[in-house]
Design a binder for this molecule. Structure first.
Ligand SMILES: Cc1ncc(COP(=O)(O)O)c(C=O)c1O
Length: 484
């Protein structure tokens, strides 16, 4: 019994799916970025029981896909400024289709030899793209969270060899260091590795949201005196809140002096390390022992595609290589690159194809130009905000995140608490209208509107439009009887 339909019908189904993709992109300019439905309406749509008989694929495509498209948040839209999410790419869409058609398991060389070698090439290219080592080891993973987990796993194994077998019940507890601005996935990773989040020391930041290096060194000294075992410093190359980049060179110096692993979370920012406008900020990145970066962010590769890079292939192999008899490679192998020996997964798709095709088709020059363009647009937006009497910028803009708040000039006496409330409502209202989408954060305890751009489709029309839209919404909120 086969699940396949005949090939002429399969061709029609593919054509129909392509039509749906095309119509999504044809109407992108007019579509809302967020949808207008209630959570209940969407939940209700999917409460049906397990289908026993199934329906025709034509019916599913016609009746369900439009609903799903309608009720998805469109980070592919040029008016999307929330979180750190790229617009994906046409090449990526094609690569995903081709991957599913081939359905190979890239865990073992003899199951997917092209996929295995393409992933090796992609690791080399990603490393070169950010100015890291040509011979760096690495693996493609689901995203920045998993990339950080992988890198910290390797760091733990190298710096505390007993931890792998004995767990973290070492005589001297392991400690590691990161700024208060570090992404929460580092905390999650530390918990998953059994190190314990209390042993992740959160070091304060300076006025530019960069880790305070003197305080970091002081904390390491205190821990050493208290009998702890410091093993790793985590630097941020583009924090999720403001895009700040730690002084990586200074962190590398501290790590070298203290004999610690130096890991950099560059999930968002590392892609900008070779961009002319921002290169200086990343001095010292090349000294990292490991780096997390995300092709599905600034490289515009569709979800999901993260990458863990390590200075030394052997350290990655040591962490993940287990020999089970039925998995043994053939003895005649010249060098068969088995990804299962470098990663956690034993069944893994061909994630590398979409990254490889992105580089093949666009080349590094164009991808760098997209990043540079995004930085330029957001710095221009920041300059406009600085000149606007109704807005206040709340953080520097080293990369492509602008944090600010609406602060109407006509109401100079509004307290910080009232401004928090006003800006919270502004964010809610903006999401409800769905024309633009941005998210908020807290900076020094206060609500900030946070616009982040990692999208090749966005132009100045959209950044200017965002500001005009927020101003109009703010004025409307101020006119409401309940006031700010
Ligand atoms: C700095 C930073 N690190 C890690 C992550 C987590 O990456 P992912 O969402 O791909 O797991 C993010 C996500 O925005 C990030 O900005």
């Amino acid at each position: 019994m086969t699940l396949d339909v005949d090939l002429p019908r399969f061709r029609k189904l593919l054509e129909r799916s392509c039509e749906q993709v095309l119509s999504l992109y044809e109407t992108l300019g007019e579509r809302r970025v967020t949808h207008a439905s209630t959570p209940q309406r969407i939940a209700d749509r999917f409460t049906g029981p397990l289908p026993v008989e199934g329906r025709t694929p034509e019916e599913v495509l016609a009746s369900d896909i439009p609903f799903i498209f309608e009720h998805s948040t469109l980070n592919i839209s040029p008016r999307f400024f929330a979180y750190v999410m790229s617009g994906g790419s046409q090449v990526g869409i094609i690569a995903e289709l081709l991957c599913a058609a081939l359905n190979v398991n890239s865990a073992k060389w003899h199951l997917a030899s092209s996929a295995a070698e393409i992933e090796r090439a992609v690791i080399r290219w990603l490393s070169a793209f950010i100015g890291y080592r040509e011979d760096a080891g690495g693996a493609l993973v689901s995203g920045g969270s998993e990339a950080n987990l992988y890198c910290l796993r390797v760091a733990r194994d190298v710096k505390a060899p007993g931890a792998r077998e004995e767990g973290c019940r070492l005589e001297r507890p392991l400690t590691l260091y990161a700024s208060t601005e570090t992404h929460s996935c580092v905390t999650k990773s530390v918990e998953m590795l059994g190190i314990g989040s209390r042993n992740l020391r959160r070091i304060p930041v300076d006025a530019h949201f960069r880790v305070d290096v003197a305080k970091l060194e002081e904390r390491i000294r205190q821990d050493l005196d208290a009998g702890m075992q410091p093993f790793c410093i985590v630097g941020s190359a583009g924090t999720v809140n403001t895009g700040s980049v730690d002084d990586l060179d200074a962190l590398a110096d501290v790590a070298a002096r203290q004999g610690l692993w130096f890991h950099v979370d560059g999930a968002y920012g590392a892609a900008a390390a070779s961009v002319g406008l921002t290169r200086e900020l990343f001095k010292g990145l090349e000294r990292a022992d490991s780096i997390a970066l995300d092709p599905h962010k600034w490289l515009q590769v569709p979800f999901d595609a993260g990458c863990a890079l390590v200075r030394d292939w052997a350290s990655l192999r040591h962490a993940f290589s287990y020999a089970a008899p039925y998995l043994k490679a053939k003895s005649d192998s010249v060098e068969r690159w088995d990804w299962m020996g470098h990663t956690f997964q034993l069944s893994r798709g061909f994630r590398a194809l979409k990254v490889w095709m992105q580089f093949q088709v666009h080349g590094s020059r164009k991808l760098l130009a997209v990043i540079e363009d995004n930085v330029r647009l957001m710095r221009r937006l920041a300059a406009e905000l600085d000149e606007s009497p109704d807005f206040e910028r709340m953080a520097p803009v080293p990369l492509s995140i602008v944090c600010f708040r609406y602060k109407p000039a006509a109401r100079p006496a509004l307290s910080d608490d009232a401004l928090d409330l006003l800006n919270d409502r502004l964010l809610e209202e903006c999401e409800r209208r769905g024309v633009y989408f941005l998210t908020g954060t807290k900076l020094q305890g206060h609500t900030a509107l946070r616009a982040c751009l990692v999208n090749h489709r966005t132009r100045e029309a959209e950044t200017r439009g965002l500001l005009a839209h927020l101003r109009a919404l703010g004025e409307e909120l101020m006119r409401r009887p309940e006031g700010p």
